[in-house]
Design a protein around this ligand. Structure first.
Ligand code: DQA
Length: 177
C-alpha cells in the first residue's frame, strides 16, 4: 500500500505581489486589423496584446494573452488558468459568446473572476448576438468601445487585485454598499 503525501497549503492560492492576469481571445480575433473594420476597428490583435502586456508590466502584473479558433483549446486554457491560480481573466469569447456552454462551464468550474469584452456593441447588431452565455457569470461586461474595452477591463482587474493585496486594501473589513 502506498501513502499519498498531500500538502495542506498547495491548494490554497496566496494573493501574489505580482498579479497574474490572463487575456483570452476567441475565434477569428486573430484577423483583427483586416476583419470587418467597421465593427472591429483597425488595431491588430498583436497591437492589442502588446499594449495590455506593457500596461501590466508598468503596474507590476503579469499579463498573458492567448487566442484560439477552437473551442476545446480555449476550454483547456481556462482549465490551465485554474491550475495556475490565475488571479483574473479578461475574455472576448467572440462567436462562442453566443453558443458555448462548454466555455461557460469551464469558467464556472475554475471560479476565477472575469470581465467579458466585445469590441463591437453586440446589442446594436443582429439579434443572435444579443444573448451571451457569459454575462451573468462575469464581474462586468464591456461592449462597443473597441480595443479600449480591453484596456478598461485590464484597469479594472489591476485595481481590483491591488485592493485585494495592498495592506490598505486588506485592512478594509467591510464594503460600503
Ligand atoms: C465580438 C462580437 C461577436 O458577436 C462576434 O462573433 C465576434 C467578436 C466582438 O468583439 O465584438 O467575433 O465578440
Amino acid at each position: 500500500m502506498t501513502t499519498k503525501r498531500t500538502s495542506r497549503t498547495a491548494a490554497k492560492p496566496v494573493p501574489s505581489l505580482h498579479p497574474h492576469i490572463l487575456v483570452l481571445h476567441g475565434p477569428n480575433l486573430n484577423l483583427l486589423g483586416s476583419r470587418e473594420p467597421k465593427h472591429y476597428g483597425r488595431a491588430t490583435l498583436e497591437d492589442i496584446n502588446r499594449n495590455l502586456v506593457e500596461r501590466g508590466r508598468t503596474a507590476g502584473a503579469v499579463v498573458e494573452t492567448f487566442q484560439h479558433n477552437h473551442e476545446g483549446a480555449l476550454v483547456d486554457r481556462i482549465q490551465q488558468a485554474g491550475r495556475d491560480h490565475v488571479d483574473f481573466i479578461v475574455i472576448n469569447p467572440a462567436a462562442y459568446t453566443h453558443t458555448s456552454v462548454a466555455l461557460r462551464d469551464a469558467l464556472a468550474a475554475i471560479a476565477i473572476p472575469f470581465v467579458e469584452v466585445h469590441l463591437s456593441n453586440i446589442y446594436a447588431r443582429e439579434s443572435f448576438r444579443h444573448h451571451s452565455y457569459f454575462s451573468d457569470l462575469a464581474v462586468g461586461v464591456v461592449s462597443g468601445l473597441g480595443a479600449q474595452g480591453y484596456e478598461l477591463a485590464l484597469e479594472y482587474a489591476l485595481r481590483h487585485l491591488q485592493d485585494r493585496t495592498t495592506p490598505h486594501g486588506s485592512q478594509k473589513t467591510e464594503k460600503a454598499h
